[in-house]
Design a protein around this ligand. Structure first.
Ligand SMILES: C[S@@+](CC[C@H](N)C(=O)[O-])C[C@H]1O[C@@H](n2cnc3c(N)ncnc32)[C@H](O)[C@@H]1O
Length: 242
């Protein structure tokens, strides 16, 4: 495991149980924007979703009512536990009154790393259940990865032809600024449109590339070292596998 991945695992294992409560405002805003941008994302209705670096399930929650199945993968045990706790039929009905246990998609998260430079993913991930996705997305994870281009390539390999590669991340900004600073495994201080386009194209998922800057800034309450708010500009990027 790389140093960055180990830092991420440790950091998010500590933060995981408070993540939703701590960042409720930011997560609610993003979920609203993701739902509003359904046409921009353009996933096949009833498609299968890979929510990579899923955390507690932001992308899964936003896409649930368009998907038949959502699979999360993350390196943090605590995040996986939270995702799966939120996926029990009883919890889903409370969280998302439009869904019932029968109508809602299957959703389950697994511990793993599909984007390591040095190690193959665990044998579990070579099964058919982990390929042929209609959507493979990363919510606020790209800035935590050692090699975002490799991540995009590995995720695009798991898409069906025409499937959508998607990320939500930060526009370029100065310095980490996170309360989680260097200990969090933050590797990149935002991404430019051209940079992301190049990454998607090199991954073979540059078809109908779209880049959307959100007007509303994202506010992480109290996330800076001194307890101040952290404010970030955010973009959505999507491309289809060619
Ligand atoms: C900022 S959180 C985002 C969580 C969720 N996607 C969201 O949008 O709320 C970043 C997540 O990336 C995960 N992560 C970091 N590096 C990873 C890697 N190499 N593979 C899988 N997950 C990773 C962390 O454990 C954490 O859950």
């Amino acid at each position: 495991m790389s140093d960055t991945t180990a830092l991420n695992k440790t950091y998010f294992n500590k933060l995981g149980s408070d993540y939703d409560e701590k960042f409720r405002e930011a997560l609610t805003m993003l979920e609203e924007e993701l739902r509003r941008h359904k046409d921009f994302i353009a996933m096949r209705p009833g498609g299968r979703v890979l929510d990579y670096a899923c955390g507690t399930g932001l992308l899964t929650n936003a896409l649930s009512d368009q998907a038949s199945e959502c699979i999360g993968v993350d390196v943090s045990e605590t995040m996986i536990e939270r995702y799966n706790a939120k996926s029990s039929p009883e919890t889903l009905v409370v969280l998302s009154p439009r869904l019932t246990s029968i109508q809602g998609p299957k959703r389950k998260a697994y511990l793993g790393n599909l984007i390591s430079k040095d190690e193959e993913p665990a044998a579990l991930f070579s099964g058919g259940e982990f390929s042929g996705f209609d959507f493979a997305g990363v919510g606020m994870g790209f800035h935590h990865f050692d090699d975002p281009a490799l991540a995009a390539t590995r995720l695009a390999e798991r898409l069906a032809p025409g499937g959508v590669l998607f990320i939500v991340d930060f526009e370029p900004h100065d310095g980490p600024g996170h309360g989680h600073g260097g200990a969090s495994g933050v590797k990149h201080h935002g991404f430019t449109e051209e940079g992301v386009r190049g990454i998607f194209e090199a991954a073979g998922a540059g078809g109908e590339f779209g880049f959307k800057r959100l007007e509303r800034p994202l506010v992480f309450r109290g996330a800076r070292e001194g307890g101040e708010d952290m404010v970030r500009k955010v973009f959505f990027a999507r491309g289809s596998k060619l």
